[in-house]
Design a protein around this ligand. Sequence first.
Ligand SMILES: Nc1ncnc2c1ncn2[C@@H]1O[C@H](COP(=O)(O)OP(=O)(O)O)[C@@H](O)[C@H]1O
Ligand SMILES: O=C(O)[C@@H](O)C(=O)COP(=O)(O)O
Length: 438
Amino acid sequence: MPDTPTKANVTWLGVIADDYTGASDVAGTLVSAGMRVVQTFGIPDASMQLHDVDCIVISLKTRSVPAAEAVEQSLAAARALKSRGVQQLYFKYCSTFDSTPEGNIGPVADALREEFVPAGMITVVAPGTPALRRTVYNGVLFAGTDLLQESSMRHHPLTPMTDSNVPRLLQAQSSNPVGHIGYGAIEAGVSAVRSELDTLGSQGAGYAVVDTLNDRHLAVLGAALLDHPLVTGGSGLVGGLAATRRFRGQPDPAHAARPSGPAAVVAGSCSEMTNAQIRAFREVYPCFLVDPVAIAEGRDVVAEALMFAKENLPGGPILIHSSASPEEVLKAQTHLGKDRAAEITEGSLSAIAEGLVGLGCRQLIVAGGETSGAVVRRLGITTARVGKEVTPGVPWLKTETDTELSILLKSGNLGDPRLFLHAWDHGRMGPRPMTGMG
Ligand SMILES: Nc1ncnc2c1ncn2[C@@H]1O[C@H](COP(=O)(O)OP(=O)(O)O)[C@@H](O)[C@H]1O
Ligand SMILES: O=C(O)[C@@H](O)C(=O)COP(=O)(O)O
């Protein structure tokens, strides 16, 4: 069967993800497509053994850093992946295109193109991820039924999204002309997509934003992009690319690894879904609020949170959060400045996470991309085997550390409101449910 290769020691895909939860999302999608995946946090050392994997996902924390830093780290990650022989590079950003007019999606994509894409070849831009209810129609990004600019993403603490037009958003960040391929060409199939890509490329475009309304569109795109050295997008198109590989082989033993033991959530995400998940959890289990303003005023909130944890961890899952409403976040940012508020919050939550592991926590959910970056770094985790998704984009990870720690990095808006109640001791699951931001 020529189109059904058996698993070989070839790592076909190398992903550079701009935040840690986004990396988990893409890694979970690949596992659901039957791939063996290793997720690294930061760039893996050349000496790090990464055998028997189909895909390597490198998690970076580059979504909100200055553009030059994001470029430098992303290039270093791409070089590390190429030196391990990966066949195709994928730059993963958020399905809601989280960025500012300065970047970082455009500058990073430009730099990757310059080094890894032959002159004249166009690069696809596909944030749409229908499994998460993010779709692109005529170049316009929707979150559920809302225009991106009218969704809760307009209140994001670091990258508020106030425009929904993807070509316009990207053009503000890149000097390469940005074109668009509508869903009509994608419905027409692989040859029509290839011909549109060639036409746009010959007209001088560097990028083609593609409409993506459903998984069928992603499968067509995946097949059309097999020989592209660089693809960019959300986790959706990764599923399309993986579908074209159709490996058959042994499931990754990490799938069978069940998280177990004392359980806690640490949340720094202020997204609408995370706030809803906290409200649902609070009705059943104890919660502790971390207030960045109180910390700045000198209160030892970390010690208080760990005292709370010591009393409550033996009784069931607990939750410690700085997550707050848009009004409360604005108040803290006005008082402390946006960067300082984030720095204080991320620093405290990561110290609390470290304390929780010290107290015996063995199943840890971290909510928020930036927050996950800070926590994983503080815990010194460098790699993890990716297990099954609890819900689309949200897999448990088995960390490769001395402590038997399972960690779940939850993107701000992913999951349903009861996720923090049902994610524990996650074992076998049925078919992928369709959930995400409304
Ligand atoms: N109460 C708060 N006030 C101000 N900023 C906060 C507060 N709580 C969290 N933050 C910051 O908001 C940002 C949320 O981003 P992130 O963790 O990526 O969440 P998401 O995945 O929802 O985008 C982080 O930098 C976090 O430190
Ligand atoms: O594409 C997505 O929606 C996610 O993979 C993602 O990147 C979310 O980022 P955060 O909301 O910052 O966790």
